[in-house]
Every structure is written in C-alpha cells, then in structure tokens.
Design a protein around this ligand. Sequence first.
Ligand code: NAP
Length: 282
Amino acid sequence: MTLIDGKMISAQVRAEVKEEAAIFEATFGKKIGLAVVLAGEDPASQVYVRNKIRACEEVGIRSFAHYLPADVTQRQLLELVDALAADDAVHGILIQLPLPKHLDADEILRRIPAQKDVDGFSAENIGRLALNEAGTVACTPYGVMELLKRYHIALSGKRAVVVGRSNIVGRPMALLLLNADATVTVCHSRTRNVAEECARADVIVAAVGKPKFISADMVKEGAVVVDVGINRIDGKLVGDVDFEAVKEKTSYITPVPGGVGPMTIAMLLKNTVACARRANEP
Ligand code: NAP
C-alpha cells in the first residue's frame, strides 16, 4: 500500500505556481490578482479565507479580501461582483460558500464571468468539462486528478466509482475521470447498492460527507481509494473512508488529513494563474 502524500504534492504545485506568477509579473509588469469575498462570520469560512489569502501571499499572488457583514444585501453583493469583474487587477473572483441564507448564491455565482471563475462552478466551465474542452476545473476534483497523475496511477479503461454527485465535487470528478478514459459509475443517496458498485471498482473516490462510509468489505483488493471527505468527530478530522480497516486492501490511498485537503488551495492558485494568463493572451 502506498500512502498518497497530498501535503508533498501540494507543496510541489505551489512552488510551480510561484514560478509562474513571477514570470507573469516579469512579463506583464503587474501581479496576478485574486479577489476573495466573505459574507458573514461563519468561523470555518473565516479560516478557509485566511488560508487562501496566506497561500496567495506565499506564491506572489495579490489578494483582494472583501469582508462583508452577514446582513449584506443581494444587490450589494451583485454590485461588488460586477465591480470585481470590471477590475483589470483582478484575474479571479472567489465567493466563499456557504453564503448567509437570505442570499441567492446561485445568482451571485452566475454573475462571475467565466474568465474569472477560479472555482470552476459556472455553467460555462462545467459545460466545457462535460465537452472535454479546456476551461477552469473545480479545485477539489482537479486536485484529486493531480494526485493521481503525480503518482502515475493509470485511469484508462479502469472501473471508477465516485460516491457523491454534488456540483462542487462528485459531478465534476466523474466528468474528469470519464475524460481520462475511465469507465465511470456515480453513486448517490438513491443508489440501490453502493457497496456492490464500490466492490467492483479499481478506483473509488468518496465524496459523501459521512464518516467512515466506505468500509473494508466495499473495497476490492488492490483498489485505489481517494477520500475527499472532511468530517469532524470529537474535534478530530476523519474522512469518508474507514482508513484503518481499508488501507491494507488498497494499492494507493489518501489519508485525512494530508490527502486531498491540501490540494484544493494549491489548485485554486493554479486556476488563478491560468485565468490571468488567458486574460493576457494576445
Ligand atoms: P454534499 O453536497 O453534501 O454531497 C454529498 C453527496 O453524497 C450527495 O451527492 C449525496 O447524494 C451523496 N450521499 C449522501 N448520502 C449517501 C449515501 N448514503 N449513499 C450514497 N451517496 C450518498 O457534499 P460535498 O460538498 O460534495 O462534499 C462531500 C465531502 O467532501 C464532505 O465531507 C466535504 O466536507 C468534503 N469536501 C472536501 C473538500 C476538500 O478540500 N478536501 C472540498 C469540498 C468538500 P444526493 O445527491 O442524492 O443527495
């Protein structure tokens, strides 16, 4: 069994991004810029935003943080997105989710132009992924693919099962695996026998949000298991995979923490550089 080291790979990606950001600055005489918008005071969101801003600083990307009160109106937020969309110093716009309940997050996300959609959530970017065209890919599934790539895990012809079909993880994950020529099955809460589907898989990606959901009997000997889940139990982080029971059956497995988690911010930075480059293409 090989443990997939997301910390190490994310450090490699961030080092590459740092070089690319420096080249961009030398070429265009300005820094790459990422706007990060946080509405309200959700403590987890505050931590995520702080980490994203720190990560930007470390690689030489300029961050524009916008902290809005929890009672910000839909109109104010839309106006801010429009202003950021028109700002040449801003190459990417990130709205930290979840937004306060009174806001229509879909309308706000739709307002971000696809060229500045560093999260890859827009209909245009999801459409491009579905068509297997170049575009911005959602950071977490993109990070999973980067891990598989850097560990030279072949996907062509492999049977892959994605558990979860959310717009930010499961759905784009399934499309990425399909684009990599895997034979893909997507399981969700209405799937009749998730265990049976998983037990046939060469590659399992778990994005369910349920601690230890993937048990040893659901995993084929030699399978690759990627755990996207982040669950807190008694203050401890655990994934969607029963790691201790499953690990010995696998050929490769990601731990939680230290697997997929560190990749998400690294891929956000990579997406920001790609958006900046595209915006400055002749
Ligand atoms: P989500 O929106 O809650 O989606 C969960 C998915 O799991 C849904 O598609 C749901 O099916 C499916 N599901 C729920 N119960 C199931 C069951 N019993 N059998 C099969 N499928 C079931 O969650 P998410 O945003 O995709 O996130 C998933 C996990 O990844 C969470 O733990 C989250 O914290 C973590 N996450 C980690 C990162 C990272 O950076 N590592 C980033 C994002 C998310 P339905 O569609 O039918 O409801």
